[in-house]
Design a protein around this ligand. Sequence first.
Ligand code: NDP
Length: 318
Amino acid sequence: MDDGPARFQRLSEADLPEGDVTIKVRYSTLNYKDGLAVLGKGKIVRRFPMVCGVDLAGVVESSQSQEWQPGDEVIATGFGLSELHPGGYAERQRVPGEWLVRKPASLELSQTMAIGTAGLTAMLCVLALERAGLSPEQGGEVLVTGAAGGVGSVAVALLAELGYSVTASTGRPETRGYLKELGAAAFIDRSELATDSGRLLDSRRWIAVVDTVGGTTLATAVKQTHYAGAVAACGHVGGTDLPLSVMPLIIRGVQLLGIDAVQCPLPLREHAWQRLARDLPLAKLDSTTSYGNLDEVPQLAEKIVSGQIRGRLVIRVD
Ligand code: NDP
Protein backbone atom coordinates (compact mmCIF):
# COMPACT_ATOMS: atom_id res chain seq x y z
CA MET A 1 0.00 0.00 0.00
CA ASP A 2 1.07 3.65 -0.42
CA ASP A 3 -0.80 5.88 1.96
CA GLY A 4 -4.51 5.11 1.57
CA PRO A 5 -6.55 1.92 1.60
CA ALA A 6 -4.40 -1.05 0.58
CA ARG A 7 -4.42 -2.53 -2.96
CA PHE A 8 -2.81 -5.55 -4.59
CA GLN A 9 0.48 -5.16 -6.41
CA ARG A 10 2.97 -7.61 -7.98
CA LEU A 11 6.42 -7.28 -6.37
CA SER A 12 9.75 -8.76 -7.40
CA GLU A 13 12.74 -10.32 -5.59
CA ALA A 14 14.35 -6.87 -5.51
CA ASP A 15 11.44 -5.56 -3.45
CA LEU A 16 12.15 -7.94 -0.54
CA PRO A 17 13.28 -5.92 2.48
CA GLU A 18 16.41 -6.24 4.62
CA GLY A 19 16.74 -9.30 6.83
CA ASP A 20 18.67 -12.53 6.98
CA VAL A 21 15.86 -15.07 6.61
CA THR A 22 13.62 -15.41 3.54
CA ILE A 23 10.32 -17.18 4.17
CA LYS A 24 7.76 -18.80 1.91
CA VAL A 25 4.65 -17.46 3.63
CA ARG A 26 1.83 -20.00 3.96
CA TYR A 27 -0.60 -18.23 6.29
CA SER A 28 -1.21 -14.82 7.80
CA THR A 29 -4.10 -13.46 9.87
CA LEU A 30 -6.49 -10.57 10.06
CA ASN A 31 -6.42 -8.85 13.44
CA TYR A 32 -8.30 -5.65 14.35
CA LYS A 33 -5.03 -3.80 13.85
CA ASP A 34 -4.69 -5.27 10.33
CA GLY A 35 -8.20 -4.08 9.53
CA LEU A 36 -7.22 -0.53 10.49
CA ALA A 37 -3.96 -0.74 8.51
CA VAL A 38 -5.60 -2.13 5.35
CA LEU A 39 -8.26 0.60 5.42
CA GLY A 40 -5.58 3.28 5.92
CA LYS A 41 -6.90 4.12 9.42
CA GLY A 42 -5.40 4.35 12.89
CA LYS A 43 -1.87 5.38 11.81
CA ILE A 44 -0.67 1.75 12.02
CA VAL A 45 1.60 1.95 8.97
CA ARG A 46 4.54 4.22 9.69
CA ARG A 47 6.43 3.90 6.41
CA PHE A 48 5.07 3.78 2.82
CA PRO A 49 4.86 1.81 0.59
CA MET A 50 4.08 -1.09 2.95
CA VAL A 51 2.94 -4.72 2.80
CA CYS A 52 0.29 -5.16 5.53
CA GLY A 53 -0.17 -8.20 7.78
CA VAL A 54 1.18 -8.17 11.35
CA ASP A 55 1.53 -11.98 11.44
CA LEU A 56 3.02 -14.63 9.19
CA ALA A 57 3.77 -18.33 9.32
CA GLY A 58 5.71 -20.25 6.73
CA VAL A 59 8.77 -22.23 5.77
CA VAL A 60 12.33 -20.88 5.63
CA GLU A 61 13.47 -20.72 2.00
CA SER A 62 16.99 -19.37 2.57
CA SER A 63 18.87 -18.10 5.58
CA GLN A 64 22.07 -16.29 6.49
CA SER A 65 21.24 -16.77 10.18
CA GLN A 66 22.98 -19.57 12.13
CA GLU A 67 19.71 -20.16 13.96
CA TRP A 68 17.55 -20.98 10.91
CA GLN A 69 17.83 -23.54 8.09
CA PRO A 70 15.82 -23.98 4.89
CA GLY A 71 12.75 -26.07 5.67
CA ASP A 72 12.29 -24.76 9.23
CA GLU A 73 8.67 -23.90 10.03
CA VAL A 74 8.55 -20.46 11.62
CA ILE A 75 6.21 -17.83 13.03
CA ALA A 76 6.68 -14.05 13.05
CA THR A 77 4.26 -11.70 14.81
CA GLY A 78 4.52 -8.03 15.66
CA PHE A 79 7.90 -6.34 15.91
CA GLY A 80 7.83 -3.94 12.96
CA LEU A 81 5.67 -6.09 10.65
CA SER A 82 3.16 -3.94 8.77
CA GLU A 83 4.39 -0.84 10.61
CA LEU A 84 8.02 -0.28 9.55
CA HIS A 85 8.79 -3.66 7.94
CA PRO A 86 6.74 -5.40 5.20
CA GLY A 87 4.36 -7.99 6.66
CA GLY A 88 2.48 -11.21 6.02
CA TYR A 89 0.21 -10.41 3.05
CA ALA A 90 2.85 -11.54 0.54
CA GLU A 91 3.88 -14.95 -0.82
CA ARG A 92 7.48 -14.40 0.26
CA GLN A 93 8.86 -12.20 3.00
CA ARG A 94 12.28 -11.49 4.49
CA VAL A 95 12.77 -10.71 8.19
CA PRO A 96 15.56 -10.56 10.77
CA GLY A 97 16.11 -14.07 12.20
CA GLU A 98 15.75 -12.77 15.75
CA TRP A 99 12.08 -11.99 15.13
CA LEU A 100 11.27 -15.65 14.47
CA VAL A 101 9.79 -18.27 16.78
CA ARG A 102 10.01 -21.98 15.94
CA LYS A 103 6.63 -23.59 15.34
CA PRO A 104 5.70 -25.68 18.40
CA ALA A 105 5.69 -29.34 17.34
CA SER A 106 2.12 -30.00 18.47
CA LEU A 107 0.62 -27.22 16.31
CA GLU A 108 -0.03 -27.12 12.55
CA LEU A 109 1.25 -24.00 10.77
CA SER A 110 -2.37 -22.93 10.15
CA GLN A 111 -3.09 -23.30 13.89
CA THR A 112 -0.21 -20.98 14.76
CA MET A 113 -1.99 -18.32 12.73
CA ALA A 114 -5.34 -19.21 14.27
CA ILE A 115 -3.50 -18.11 17.40
CA GLY A 116 -1.50 -15.24 15.82
CA THR A 117 -0.97 -11.90 17.50
CA ALA A 118 -4.42 -12.08 19.11
CA GLY A 119 -3.77 -15.45 20.75
CA LEU A 120 -0.27 -14.44 21.79
CA THR A 121 -1.76 -11.32 23.40
CA ALA A 122 -4.36 -13.40 25.26
CA MET A 123 -1.60 -15.67 26.59
CA LEU A 124 0.54 -12.68 27.62
CA CYS A 125 -2.48 -11.39 29.57
CA VAL A 126 -2.85 -14.74 31.34
CA LEU A 127 0.88 -14.88 32.12
CA ALA A 128 0.79 -11.33 33.53
CA LEU A 129 -2.22 -12.22 35.71
CA GLU A 130 -0.41 -15.33 36.95
CA ARG A 131 2.68 -13.25 37.80
CA ALA A 132 0.32 -10.93 39.72
CA GLY A 133 -0.76 -13.90 41.84
CA LEU A 134 -3.86 -15.22 40.07
CA SER A 135 -4.60 -18.91 40.51
CA PRO A 136 -7.72 -21.02 39.90
CA GLU A 137 -7.76 -22.13 43.58
CA GLN A 138 -8.84 -18.59 44.57
CA GLY A 139 -12.31 -19.21 43.14
CA GLY A 140 -14.35 -16.27 41.89
CA GLU A 141 -15.04 -14.85 38.45
CA VAL A 142 -12.55 -13.70 35.80
CA LEU A 143 -13.95 -11.15 33.34
CA VAL A 144 -13.02 -11.09 29.63
CA THR A 145 -14.23 -8.07 27.63
CA GLY A 146 -14.66 -8.03 23.84
CA ALA A 147 -15.08 -11.75 24.42
CA ALA A 148 -16.25 -12.76 20.94
CA GLY A 149 -13.30 -11.02 19.25
CA GLY A 150 -9.92 -12.58 18.46
CA VAL A 151 -8.06 -11.82 21.71
CA GLY A 152 -11.22 -12.32 23.76
CA SER A 153 -12.09 -15.73 22.29
CA VAL A 154 -8.63 -17.16 22.95
CA ALA A 155 -8.60 -15.63 26.46
CA VAL A 156 -11.96 -17.26 27.28
CA ALA A 157 -10.77 -20.66 26.01
CA LEU A 158 -7.43 -20.45 27.84
CA LEU A 159 -8.82 -19.28 31.17
CA ALA A 160 -11.62 -21.86 31.15
CA GLU A 161 -9.14 -24.62 30.34
CA LEU A 162 -6.92 -23.49 33.23
CA GLY A 163 -9.86 -23.89 35.62
CA TYR A 164 -11.17 -20.34 36.03
CA SER A 165 -14.82 -19.37 36.06
CA VAL A 166 -15.01 -17.00 33.09
CA THR A 167 -17.60 -14.25 32.63
CA ALA A 168 -17.71 -13.09 29.02
CA SER A 169 -18.66 -9.53 28.16
CA THR A 170 -20.06 -9.25 24.65
CA GLY A 171 -22.21 -6.82 22.71
CA ARG A 172 -23.43 -9.65 20.46
CA PRO A 173 -25.97 -11.89 22.26
CA GLU A 174 -25.91 -14.27 19.27
CA THR A 175 -22.33 -15.26 20.16
CA ARG A 176 -23.26 -16.61 23.62
CA GLY A 177 -23.60 -20.21 22.42
CA TYR A 178 -20.15 -20.01 20.83
CA LEU A 179 -18.63 -18.46 23.96
CA LYS A 180 -20.26 -21.12 26.13
CA GLU A 181 -18.58 -23.80 24.00
CA LEU A 182 -15.24 -22.02 24.57
CA GLY A 183 -15.88 -22.30 28.31
CA ALA A 184 -17.67 -19.10 29.38
CA ALA A 185 -19.69 -19.76 32.53
CA ALA A 186 -21.60 -16.46 32.65
CA PHE A 187 -22.28 -13.37 30.54
CA ILE A 188 -22.52 -9.63 30.99
CA ASP A 189 -23.75 -7.27 28.31
CA ARG A 190 -21.11 -4.94 26.89
CA SER A 191 -23.29 -1.88 27.63
CA GLU A 192 -23.30 -2.57 31.41
CA LEU A 193 -19.54 -2.08 31.59
CA ALA A 194 -19.52 0.82 29.12
CA THR A 195 -21.76 2.91 31.40
CA ASP A 196 -19.90 5.03 33.96
CA SER A 197 -21.38 4.55 37.46
CA GLY A 198 -20.04 7.96 38.49
CA ARG A 199 -18.51 6.36 41.61
CA LEU A 200 -14.81 5.98 42.44
CA LEU A 201 -15.30 2.32 43.42
CA ASP A 202 -18.04 -0.14 42.51
CA SER A 203 -19.15 -3.39 44.19
CA ARG A 204 -16.42 -6.01 43.96
CA ARG A 205 -17.03 -8.68 41.38
CA TRP A 206 -13.90 -9.90 39.51
CA ILE A 207 -10.77 -11.60 40.83
CA ALA A 208 -9.09 -10.69 37.53
CA VAL A 209 -9.85 -9.15 34.14
CA VAL A 210 -8.60 -9.45 30.56
CA ASP A 211 -9.69 -6.21 28.88
CA THR A 212 -9.55 -5.70 25.11
CA VAL A 213 -11.89 -2.68 25.06
CA GLY A 214 -10.29 0.18 27.04
CA GLY A 215 -12.16 3.43 27.82
CA THR A 216 -15.07 3.37 30.29
CA THR A 217 -15.22 -0.45 30.03
CA LEU A 218 -11.69 -0.78 31.41
CA ALA A 219 -12.39 1.84 34.08
CA THR A 220 -15.54 -0.02 35.21
CA ALA A 221 -13.69 -3.35 35.23
CA VAL A 222 -10.96 -1.90 37.48
CA LYS A 223 -13.56 -0.35 39.82
CA GLN A 224 -15.29 -3.74 40.12
CA THR A 225 -12.11 -5.77 40.82
CA HIS A 226 -11.66 -7.48 44.19
CA TYR A 227 -9.00 -6.55 46.73
CA ALA A 228 -5.47 -7.37 45.34
CA GLY A 229 -6.98 -8.50 42.04
CA ALA A 230 -5.37 -7.73 38.69
CA VAL A 231 -6.51 -6.30 35.37
CA ALA A 232 -4.58 -6.98 32.15
CA ALA A 233 -5.28 -4.17 29.67
CA CYS A 234 -4.39 -4.85 26.05
CA GLY A 235 -6.89 -3.17 23.74
CA HIS A 236 -8.73 -0.01 22.81
CA VAL A 237 -11.66 -0.98 20.55
CA GLY A 238 -13.94 1.03 22.89
CA GLY A 239 -11.63 4.02 23.38
CA THR A 240 -8.13 5.09 24.31
CA ASP A 241 -9.06 7.20 27.32
CA LEU A 242 -9.22 5.88 30.88
CA PRO A 243 -11.79 7.72 33.04
CA LEU A 244 -10.58 6.30 36.35
CA SER A 245 -9.44 7.57 39.75
CA VAL A 246 -6.50 6.07 41.63
CA MET A 247 -8.86 4.76 44.36
CA PRO A 248 -9.14 1.12 43.15
CA LEU A 249 -5.33 0.99 43.03
CA ILE A 250 -4.65 2.53 46.43
CA ILE A 251 -7.69 1.38 48.43
CA ARG A 252 -8.06 -2.13 47.02
CA GLY A 253 -4.49 -2.72 45.81
CA VAL A 254 -5.79 -3.56 42.33
CA GLN A 255 -2.93 -4.10 39.87
CA LEU A 256 -3.38 -2.58 36.42
CA LEU A 257 -1.11 -4.43 33.99
CA GLY A 258 -0.28 -3.12 30.50
CA ILE A 259 0.21 -5.81 27.86
CA ASP A 260 2.25 -5.42 24.68
CA ALA A 261 2.58 -8.27 22.20
CA VAL A 262 4.36 -6.24 19.52
CA GLN A 263 7.78 -5.60 21.06
CA CYS A 264 7.46 -8.42 23.61
CA PRO A 265 11.01 -9.80 24.17
CA LEU A 266 11.84 -13.13 22.53
CA PRO A 267 12.22 -15.25 25.73
CA LEU A 268 8.75 -14.24 26.97
CA ARG A 269 7.36 -14.71 23.45
CA GLU A 270 8.81 -18.24 23.21
CA HIS A 271 7.50 -19.08 26.67
CA ALA A 272 4.03 -17.80 25.70
CA TRP A 273 4.03 -19.97 22.54
CA GLN A 274 4.99 -23.03 24.60
CA ARG A 275 2.17 -22.31 27.03
CA LEU A 276 -0.27 -21.83 24.15
CA ALA A 277 0.78 -25.18 22.70
CA ARG A 278 0.25 -26.78 26.12
CA ASP A 279 -2.84 -25.02 27.47
CA LEU A 280 -5.02 -24.06 24.50
CA PRO A 281 -7.34 -26.93 23.56
CA LEU A 282 -7.04 -27.38 19.78
CA ALA A 283 -10.69 -28.32 19.27
CA LYS A 284 -11.68 -25.00 20.88
CA LEU A 285 -9.05 -23.15 18.84
CA ASP A 286 -10.45 -24.68 15.65
CA SER A 287 -13.98 -23.60 16.61
CA THR A 288 -12.80 -19.97 16.94
CA THR A 289 -11.18 -20.00 13.49
CA SER A 290 -12.48 -19.08 10.07
CA TYR A 291 -10.44 -18.79 6.88
CA GLY A 292 -10.17 -16.24 4.09
CA ASN A 293 -8.00 -15.83 1.02
CA LEU A 294 -5.59 -13.00 0.38
CA ASP A 295 -7.89 -11.43 -2.23
CA GLU A 296 -10.69 -11.18 0.38
CA VAL A 297 -8.63 -9.12 2.85
CA PRO A 298 -10.08 -5.69 1.89
CA GLN A 299 -13.71 -6.81 2.50
CA LEU A 300 -12.75 -8.70 5.66
CA ALA A 301 -10.91 -5.60 6.94
CA GLU A 302 -14.17 -3.62 6.77
CA LYS A 303 -15.90 -6.39 8.72
CA ILE A 304 -13.36 -6.66 11.54
CA VAL A 305 -13.20 -2.90 12.06
CA SER A 306 -17.00 -2.77 12.32
CA GLY A 307 -16.95 -5.60 14.91
CA GLN A 308 -18.55 -8.26 12.68
CA ILE A 309 -15.86 -10.95 12.87
CA ARG A 310 -16.19 -13.70 15.46
CA GLY A 311 -13.02 -15.27 16.84
CA ARG A 312 -9.93 -15.63 14.69
CA LEU A 313 -9.50 -15.17 10.98
CA VAL A 314 -6.64 -16.96 9.20
CA ILE A 315 -5.59 -15.72 5.76
CA ARG A 316 -4.37 -18.36 3.27
CA VAL A 317 -1.46 -16.80 1.45
CA ASP A 318 -0.20 -19.52 -0.87
P1 NDP B 1 -11.49 -8.03 17.23
O1 NDP B 1 -12.09 -7.03 16.33
O2 NDP B 1 -11.34 -9.44 16.80
O3 NDP B 1 -12.32 -8.08 18.61
C1 NDP B 1 -12.68 -6.92 19.29
C2 NDP B 1 -14.00 -7.19 20.03
O4 NDP B 1 -14.28 -6.07 20.85
C3 NDP B 1 -15.20 -7.32 19.10
O5 NDP B 1 -15.35 -8.62 18.61
C4 NDP B 1 -16.32 -6.94 20.05
O6 NDP B 1 -16.56 -8.06 20.89
C5 NDP B 1 -15.68 -5.88 20.94
N1 NDP B 1 -15.99 -4.51 20.47
C6 NDP B 1 -15.90 -4.02 19.22
N2 NDP B 1 -16.22 -2.72 19.20
C7 NDP B 1 -16.50 -2.39 20.48
C8 NDP B 1 -16.91 -1.17 21.12
N3 NDP B 1 -17.08 -0.06 20.44
N4 NDP B 1 -17.09 -1.21 22.46
C9 NDP B 1 -16.92 -2.34 23.16
N5 NDP B 1 -16.55 -3.50 22.61
C10 NDP B 1 -16.34 -3.52 21.29
O7 NDP B 1 -10.09 -7.42 17.71
P2 NDP B 1 -8.81 -8.17 18.32
O8 NDP B 1 -9.27 -9.21 19.27
O9 NDP B 1 -7.87 -8.49 17.24
O10 NDP B 1 -8.15 -6.98 19.16
C11 NDP B 1 -8.79 -6.48 20.33
C12 NDP B 1 -8.05 -5.26 20.83
O11 NDP B 1 -6.77 -5.69 21.32
C13 NDP B 1 -7.78 -4.19 19.79
O12 NDP B 1 -7.89 -2.92 20.37
C14 NDP B 1 -6.35 -4.46 19.37
O13 NDP B 1 -5.73 -3.30 18.86
C15 NDP B 1 -5.77 -4.88 20.71
N6 NDP B 1 -4.55 -5.65 20.60
C16 NDP B 1 -3.49 -5.25 21.35
C17 NDP B 1 -2.32 -5.93 21.32
C18 NDP B 1 -1.21 -5.51 22.22
O14 NDP B 1 -0.05 -5.89 21.98
N7 NDP B 1 -1.52 -4.77 23.27
C19 NDP B 1 -2.12 -7.07 20.41
C20 NDP B 1 -3.34 -7.49 19.74
C21 NDP B 1 -4.50 -6.77 19.82
P3 NDP B 1 -18.06 -8.45 21.32
O15 NDP B 1 -18.82 -8.55 20.03
O16 NDP B 1 -17.89 -9.75 22.03
O17 NDP B 1 -18.57 -7.35 22.20
